[in-house]
Design a protein. Structure first.
Lengths: 111, 113
């Protein structure tokens, strides 16, 4: 059974810092890996999808990498802003397009 | 948001009553999913559908049933609601094969008293 872990569970940084969020998974035979953002009381917003044949994806200040052999993915946020404050979730795709989610990292960026 | 709506958005009900949540999509995606989100447990898959009348169980399916009689609608039913089913319920679709990405609805907050 796939298990996904995110460390740290919470993170507080001053504005402008570059930061890395970590995601690890136990079954390296994943299909894809997706990063989401969730604001309090809201739904999930897709940030980046890394397909199994790719090693990284970039969107603006966000860069996500995937290393299937080590069972790890990282989300890099450059020049963090208060508006980046949210919970970030990673999810591994398994057979049947089913997702297994990590517990999330709650990020606070202080002005 | 990939044209996904959920109804109702909020519901308070009593233990033992039946509850049906609806997920509606406008883009004819084949795969649809129901998840629940709870503090300390994260998001967990309840049931999913891979076509009209084709459904299967997820990780936490006990106490829930689903139906999909039309491509656009995926219904989640709690036959007899319990307090342990108080949660936020999210519907999702899989947009593929080009995008190959799941998109989520806005969620339904269900409270069972």
């Amino acid at each position: 059974k796939q298990e996904v872990t995110q460390i740290p569970a919470a993170l507080s940084v001053p504005e402008g810092e570059n930061l890395v969020l970590n995601c690890s998974f136990t079954d390296s035979a994943i299909y894809n890996l997706q990063w989401f953002r969730q604001d309090p009381g809201k739904g999930l917003t897709s940030l980046l999808l890394i397909q199994s044949s790719q090693r990284e994806q970039t969107s603006g200040r966000l860069n996500a990498s995937l290393d299937k052999s080590s069972g790890r993915s990282t989300l890099y946020i450059a020049a963090s802003q208060p508006g980046d404050s949210a919970t970030y979730l990673c999810a591994a795709y398994n057979a049947g397009n089913m997702l297994t989610f990590g517990g999330g990292t709650r990020l606070m960026v202080k002005p | 948001d990939a044209g996904i709506t959920q109804s109702p958005r909020h519901k308070v009900t009593e233990t033992g009553t039946p509850v049906t949540l609806r997920c509606h999509q406008t883009e004819n995606h084949r795969y649809m999913y129901w998840y629940r989100q709870d503090p300390g447990h994260g998001l967990r898959l309840i049931h999913y559908s891979y076509g009209v009348k084709d459904t299967d169980k997820g990780e936490v399916s006990d106490g829930y049933s689903v139906s999909r009689s039309k491509t656009e609608d995926f219904l989640l039913t709690l036959e007899s609601a319990t307090s342990s089913q108080t949660s936020v319920y999210f519907c999702a679709i899989h947009a593929g094969p080009v995008e190959d990405t799941q998109y989520f609805g806005p969620g339904t907050r269900l409270t069972v008293l």
